[in-house]
Ligand binder design. Structure first.
Ligand code: DGL
Length: 274
């Protein structure tokens, strides 16, 4: 029997998942949260998918052993490569999983007018075909234009996101999307909402950006309510942070992005390398 007082767990390769955490903190402030950034293995985007699956399984297991009531995969690459692994591990503990890819595909298919949907994501996410499949499953004929942006998340993660070089890089990644005349862009990596102003300027006002956070927070709420695990009351819950790399660099960048105090970040290690 899972206790409603337990926290919601979420993980990402780094600070990108904070864009999901932020939406959850706003939508469900009464819940407790545990966030793990696998910074020692960042970036996930170009790593061997088979090894990444093992790593993701180990992370999920460790979060579940702490005692959590839901696992949110706050990373598109982890969802694209290992959603089934996370679900299998969580099912052994009777815990449900909320991923990031499907909720965004649903929104994008619903809001596009011209049926041309862009996906900006990591190499692993694009190569997995996860978004293409999720968009095809929406039952609407869509042109899907996928662009891999291998350098973008690392720039964001190391905190150098607002410089000219990032802007130039973003222009390069957006060029094929502009050419294809998309009216909707899925930000297929949880790091990318952190450069949304840049992308919006390059693509223009008429292109709608679809990030995962809002839809995931809604899915978390639905899942908790359906299973009778939502916390009652209006008291603010707590949150705590773990990372696998150096604590200070994670803490600095994460505080900037979350714009809230992080408290003590603790370091954890996993023997399974990615
Ligand atoms: N936040 C990850 C994602 O959503 C970051 C990318 C990476 O680790 O390469 O895909």
């Amino acid at each position: 029997m899972i206790d409603a007082a337990l926290p919601v767990a979420m993980f990402d390769s780094g600070v990108g998942g904070l864009t999901v955490l932020h939406e959850c903190l706003v939508a469900l402030p009464q819940e407790d949260y545990v966030y793990l950034g696998d910074t020692a293995m960042f970036p996930y985007g170009g790593r061997d998918p088979a090894r990444l699956r093992e790593r993701i399984a180990a992370i999920t297991e460790s979060l579940l052993r702490r005692g959590v009531k839901l696992v949110v995969i706050a990373c598109n690459t982890a969802t694209a490569i290992g959603e089934d692994v996370v679900r299998a591990v969580a099912a052994e503990h009777g815990v449900e999983v909320v991923p990031v890819v499907a909720p965004q595909a649903e929104i994008a298919a619903a809001i596009t007018d011209n049926g041309r949907v862009g996906v900006l994501a990591t190499k692993n996410t694009v190569e997995s075909g996860a978004y293409r499949r999720a968009l095809e499953a929406q039952g609407r004929a869509l042109d899907v234009i996928e662009v891999a942006a291998p350098r973008l998340a690392p720039f964001i993660q190391d905190g150098s996101l607002f410089d000219e070089e990032t802007m130039e890089m973003a222009r390069g990644y957006c060029a094929p999307l502009r050419e294809a005349g998309i009216d909707t862009l899925i930000l297929g990596c949880t790091h990318y909402p952190l450069v949304a102003p840049m992308l919006q300027r390059i693509l223009g006002r008429n292109v709608r950006l679809v990030s995962g956070g809002h839809a995931v927070a809604a899915a978390v709420q639905r899942t908790l309510e359906r299973s009778g695990l939502a916390r009652e009351g209006d008291e603010e819950g707590a949150y705590e942070f773990f990372c696998t790399g150096p604590v200070s660099s994670f803490g600095d960048v994460a505080t900037r992005f979350l714009q809230m105090p992080l408290g003590d970040v603790r370091r954890v290690e996993f023997r399974v390398p990615a």
